[in-house]
Design a binder for this molecule. Structure first.
Ligand SMILES: Nc1ncnc2c1ncn2[C@@H]1O[C@H](COP(=O)(O)OP(=O)(O)OP(=O)(O)O)[C@@H](O)[C@H]1O
Length: 243
């Protein structure tokens, strides 16, 4: 469960996110969409506890991020769009290192199936320098899933993956949501979001324009037309303008 109430993030005089509130329940996948600079990454970084919020209350799996940051962070995983890896640790050593940080016992029993699921098992003894961009992303995902988080944040998870990789990533997200995970992901790939997300939140200039199930949001911007795509909804909701 993710409960965000009145999230505001300022950088100096600039307000990147303004009074944002939303809830995501177990089994739901929320797509965070908005034009460039709308505040998607800032929102994800705040609710993952990577940067402090300027105001607002954030609860992750029942833990207040400001009061119980360790318990909240134990429950979550954040997957950035540009994974940062250790140049001199192999794929397998990355997983061993992350397992020790999170206190995951018998990590090999979890790591090996993850490497197989993400199709990088044959790279287990390689350094990041020998991996493609998509493989690096998969390694970062394996590291994030190792402690079995119940709450997951993905920032542009489909960028850099090949078509099969995108299909597998979508299946993997849906599988984890079906198993009860609570998931938020940001992406500009709206047609792909439509296949993965149960809910959507549209942000513009740091403020929420609307949120709800895909059907609710589509209904709101449908102008009475049937089967309006998320792309069309997005363009209508944001005025097609970039910030
Ligand atoms: N560390 C920072 N210092 C100052 N301003 C920042 C900082 N991080 C983000 N911003 C500003 O906050 C606003 C929101 O940025 P953010 O990266 O959250 O947008 P986004 O919706 O993820 O955009 P994109 O779709 O381009 O990735 C932008 O105007 C950005 O310049």
């Amino acid at each position: 469960m993710i409960e965000v109430s009145g999230l505001t993030k300022r950088f100096g005089d600039f307000t990147a996110v303004q009074e944002l509130s939303f809830t995501v329940r177990p089994g739901e996948v929320l797509g965070l969409v908005g034009p460039n600079g709308a505040g998607k990454t800032t929102t994800l970084r705040c609710i993952a506890g990577i940067i402090p919020a300027s105001a607002g209350q954030l609860r992750i799996a029942g833990h207040d991020l400001a009061i119980q940051p360790i318990a909240a962070k134990r429950a979550l995983a954040f997957f950035p769009d540009e994974p940062r890896l250790f140049d001199y640790l192999t794929v397998r050593q990355h997983l061993a290192f992350v397992a020790r940080i999170y206190g995951v016992a018998d990590h090999a029993a979890i790591a090996e199936p993850l490497l197989a699921e993400l199709e990088i098992a044959d790279k287990a003894n390689e350094l990041p320098g020998a991996l493609s961009r998509g493989m690096k992303q998969k390694l970062a995902i394996a590291c994030g899933l190792l402690h079995s988080p119940s709450v997951m944040f993905f920032d542009e998870p489909l960028t850099g993956l090949d078509p099969l990789g995108i299909r597998r990533m979508k299946d993997s997200i849906l599988k984890r949501a079906a198993a009860g995970a609570t998931i938020v992901l940001s992406s500009h790939l709206l047609h792909l979001l439509e296949e993965v997300c149960s809910h959507v939140l549209i942000l513009k200039q740091g403020e929420k324009i609307c949120d709800g199930t895909l059907a609710e949001v589509a209904q709101r911007f449908s102008n009475g037309e049937p089967d309006v795509s998320l792309e069309e909804v997005f363009l209508r909701a944001t005025g097609g303008a970039e910030r």
